[in-house]
Design a protein around this ligand. Sequence first.
Ligand SMILES: *Cc1c(COP(=O)(O)O)cnc(C)c1O
Length: 415
Amino acid sequence: MTATWRSGNAELAMKKDAGLERKVTSGWRPATQAVRGGTWRSEHGETSEALFLTSGYTYDDAETVAARFAGDEEGMTYSRLQNPTVAMLEERIALMEGAEACRAQASGMAAMTTALLCQLETGDHVVAARAAFGSCRWLTDALLPKWGIETTTIDGRDNDAWKRAIRSNTKLFFFETPANPTMDIVDLNFVCGLARENDIVSIVDNAFATAALQRPLDFGADIVAYSATKLMEGQGRVLAGAVCGSAEFINETLLPFQRNTGPNLSPFNAWVVHRGLETLDMRAHRQSENALLVGKFVEKRVPITLHPGLASHPQHALAAKQMKAFGPIFSFILDGGAKQAMALLNALELIDISNNIGDSRSLMTHPASTTHASMSEEARTEMGVDPGMLRINIGLEDPQDLIDDLDQALKKVGL
Ligand SMILES: *Cc1c(COP(=O)(O)O)cnc(C)c1O
């Protein structure tokens, strides 16, 4: 099917003025969009997306620039407002996600902050799942309350807890699934449906899955926010983020905030993320397969292995309902606490000690002293970040080499 897809991003109508041609179809499936969606080609017909490493633009005459600033004429004016390489990425991500529009951000945290602050005001109330990336918890626990925005953190796995937390001033639900690093799964259908029934906007942080494995908008989410630094870019090279949603939300609510505060993604980083997206579908599925093989091995040696793809995960059935595969990341808990967890990290020979995820290299971290170190111990305990927890990102190496490395390291710490 070849249909003409009209992008929800206002600036994408500018392709003609930029002298670029593009072929876009919304009929393609996400794996095709990840390779081809949003491509614009210049008069040179380049195969790979061009890198427009420019902060500004020039004009044929003074009247043209005045008309562009007045909004009477379409065209690029300044890269905080529009950039062709960034716009191609935004269109590609929107097409993969099944969203009307998308805006790229400088990092995942820029995406989360922008998605929240562009629509919240003093007196609003936010309900967030307590299992979340450390900096996302900082936004809900420290930043929003400082500005008079009330927040409630709940067990995101408990559907009734979402219901009970709703107040008359509840404006937003905010959560990730699977959650970092406890691998809690939130019931997308239920929670996003509950939000809609109550005029609440749902924001899903989809970094652990990406559109290759899970599309929250298909389950009724309003907004999907990303750290594209992780699985999307996939090779640990640049920071990037994105927010996807309706054209109305992106153009009328998010865009004025972004244009005037400037959390923009650099064109160079956008170009690198493009390179990552081309292989996303393949990487996400292969890394998921590898993670399941390694998870099955770890589970035999470590009783608490938190992997949504394992039948032992209490929410395995729910994860299987909303995910195509279970992703490259899982966690496990050692009885010997932080001491044993750190000893295991120090015994690794192939797997790197690193707090990044989504990379094509296998990486392991101790969340309590790294990604979740900024939280209080009480908050860590409440969300299930045990001092003996380790989180592993499984990459594209031969899974048997990863199993061999874990085998020798586990032996060294007496397991
Ligand atoms: C890494 C991460 C973020 C933050 O993204 P950055 O690109 O590092 O700013 C937000 N949410 C989740 C779930 C993450 O894993």
